[in-house]
Write a protein that binds this ligand. Structure first.
Ligand code: PLP
Length: 449
C-alpha cells in the first residue's frame, strides 16, 4: 500500500482497537471515505461490498438520508438532554414505547445506553441489584460461553469467552464462569447427533451450576446466534435443553440480541427464531442502523419490581451515563424502526436470506470449505484442511486471514474469526448484490488456495 498523508497521520496518532498494534505500524490499513448502499469506498476510490455491514451493524447500508435528516432536525430542536434525576425527553419516551411494542415477549421496561457493552454491563449490575433486593446476596455468579461475545467493558468482557480479550487484561473477573461453545460442526463427536450434542451441552451447564453451587449462580448470557465466536447457529434442541436447566436452578437468562435483533435471523428477534424466553434482553447495532451509538436493555416486570423495592430502600437507583439515551440517537433509532416496518425488512430478509445461505452451502464443494451454516442474513463458512476427517488448518497458516485478504483485494469485506469466515451484510442487500458477494467470495477462496 502506498502511504498517503492520512495513512501516515493515522499510524502516528490513533490507537486502533482490536488490531495487531505492532504489525499495524508497518502495514497501515484501509481508510474509508464514503458509503453508498451496501458499498464503502476508501480514500483511493476502491469500492468494497461490505459483507459484514461494518461490525455486524449497518443494517440499512451506508447512505440512508432519512436518518441523517432526523439527526439534524433533532440537533436543532434539543441536541442534548438526559434521563437522570426524574428528567426525560420526547425522543427517549417515543423510542421506549416503539421498542417495547415489538420487544420479545415478557419485556416491559427499557433503559438506553450507548453501546452493546454498556447494555450488558448494566444488565450484570441490575442482576446483582435484583438478587440483593431479593435478600440473596450470594447469588451473583454469571455464566457465559466459550467464544461468546458480550462486549469489552470489564464486566461484559468477563462474561465473554474470547481468550485473546482476556489475556493480559486480567480478565475474566472471578465471578464469571464459562460453559461450552455450542459449535456442533467443530466439536461433535463422531456419530453424535445434534440433539445428543445439545444434551451434552446442557448436562455440562448443569454440572457447572452444581459445582459452583446453584445458590451462587445468578444468570446465564447467550447470543441466539453466536456472532464474534464465528456466526455459530445453535444445534437442534440446544436452547430448549439449556433453558430447562436454567429454570431448574432459578438462573436468569439474558438473551444478547446485539447482533440478532431487528430482523437479522429472519424474525424481529433471534429469541423468536429459537424460541427463547429470556428475563433480560440487550440490543444495539441495528437499533439505530448504527448511524448513532445507542443500545437498549429490556427487562421483565419481576426484575423491575425488585429494582423499585431496592431503590425504595436506598433512595436513588445509582446507575447511568451522561450519553445514555441521547436524544439524537433516540430519534435516529425511532426512525430506523419506522423504516424497518415501512419497508418490511423482515420480509426482505426472508426473501434474500435463503439465496445467501444456499450460495454458501454450495461452496461446501470447494476444496477449502468444510461447512457453511447460517440463518437469515448471518452465516459462517468454516475452512478445513481435511474435510473428511474435520482436521483444521495449522493455526500458523492463518488460512482465514489469507481468505479475508484475498477477498479484500477483489472488493469484498468479510471477517475471519480464526478459520471461520463470517457474513452479516446490510439487511437491505439485494438478490443481485448477494450474487456479487458470492462470486467475489469464490474468487477470494480460489486465490487463497
Ligand atoms: N454483544 C454482542 C453479541 C456483540 O456482537 C457485541 C459487539 O459486537 C457486543 C455485545 C458489544 O457491543 P458494542 O461493541 O456496541 O459495545
Amino acid at each position: 500500500m502506498i502511504a498517503n498523508s492520512h495513512d501516515l497521520l493515522d499510524r502516528a496518532t490513533l490507537i486502533h482497537q482490536q488490531t495487531d498494534l505492532a504489525a499495524y505500524q508497518d502495514t497501515g490499513g484501509t481508510i474509508m471515505k464514503h458509503g453508498e448502499g451496501v458499498y464503502v469506498f476508501d480514500e483511493a476510490g476502491n469500492k468494497y461490498l461490505e459483507a459484514m455491514a461494518g461490525l455486524w451493524c449497518a443494517s440499512l447500508g451506508f447512505s440512508e438520508k432519512r436518518l441523517a435528516e432526523v439527526a439534524y432536525k433533532q440537533m436543532l430542536e434539543l441536541p442534548y438532554y438526559h434521563t437522570f434525576f426524574a428528567k426525560s425527553h420526547v425522543p427517549s419516551v417515543e423510542l421506549a414505547d416503539r421498542l417495547l411494542a415489538i420487544a420479545p415477549k415478557g419485556m416491559s421496561k427499557v433503559m438506553f445506553q450507548c453501546s452493546g457493552s454498556e447494555a450488558n454491563d448494566a444488565a450484570i449490575k441490575i442482576i446483582w441489584y435484583y438478587n440483593n433486593a431479593l435478600g440473596r446476596p450470594q447469588k451473583k455468579k454469571i455464566i457465559g460461553r466459550v467464544r461468546g461475545y458480550h462486549g469489552n467493558t470489564v464486566a461484559s468482557v468477563s462474561v465473554s469467552g474470547q481468550p485473546h480479550m482476556h489475556a493480559d487484561f486480567d480478565a475474566p473477573l472471578a465471578m464469571f464462569k464459562h460453559t461450552d461453545n455450542p459449535h456442533y460442526y467443530r466439536f461433535h463427536e463422531d456419530g453424535e447427533t445434534e440433539e445428543a450434542f445439545s444434551t451434552r451441552m446442557a448436562d455440562n451447564l448443569e454440572k457447572l451450576i452444581l459445582a459452583e453451587g446453584p445458590d451462587t449462580v445468578a444468570a446465564f448470557f447467550a447470543e441466539p446466534v453466536q456472532g464474534g465466536g464465528g456466526a455459530i447457529t445453535p444445534p437442534a434442541g440446544y436452547f430448549e435443553k439449556i433453558q430447562a436447566v436454567l429454570k431448574k436452578y432459578d438462573v436468569l437468562f439474558l438473551a444478547d440480541e446485539v447482533i440478532c435483533g431487528f430482523g437479522r435471523t429472519g424474525n424481529m428477534w433471534g429469541s423468536e427464531t429459537y424460541d427463547l424466553r429470556p428475563d433480560l434482553v440487550s440490543c444495539a447495532k441495528a437499533l439505530s442502523a448504527s448511524y448513532q451509538p445507542i443500545s437498549a436493555l429490556m427487562i421483565s416486570d419481576k426484575i423491575y419490581e425488585a429494582m423499585v423495592s431496592e431503590s425504595k430502600k436506598l433512595g436513588t437507583f445509582g446507575h447511568g451515563f451522561t450519553y445514555g439515551g441521547h436524544p439524537v440517537a433516540c430519534a435516529v433509532a425511532s426512525e430506523t424502526l419506522k423504516i424497518y416496518e415501512e419497508r418490511d425488512i423482515i420480509g426482505h430478509v426472508r426473501k434474500v436470506g435463503p439465496l445467501l445461505q444456499q450460495g454458501l452451502k454450495d461452496l461446501e464443494a470447494h476444496p477449502l470449505v468444510g461447512n457453511a451454516r447460517g440463518v437469515g442474513l448471518i452465516a459462517g463458512v468454516e475452512l478445513m484442511a481435511d474435510k473428511a476427517k474435520r482436521i483444521p488448518f495449522a493455526p500458523e497458516l492463518k488460512a482465514g486471514i489469507q481468505v479475508m485478504e484475498e477477498c479484500h483485494k477483489v472488493g469484498l469485506i468479510v471477517r475471519a474469526i480464526g478459520d471461520r469466515i463470517a457474513f452479516t451484510p446490510p439487511l437491505v442487500i439485494s438478490a443481485g448484490e448477494i450474487d456479487e458477494l458470492l462470486a467475489k467470495f469464490r474468487k477470494g477462496l480460489d486465490a487463497a488456495l
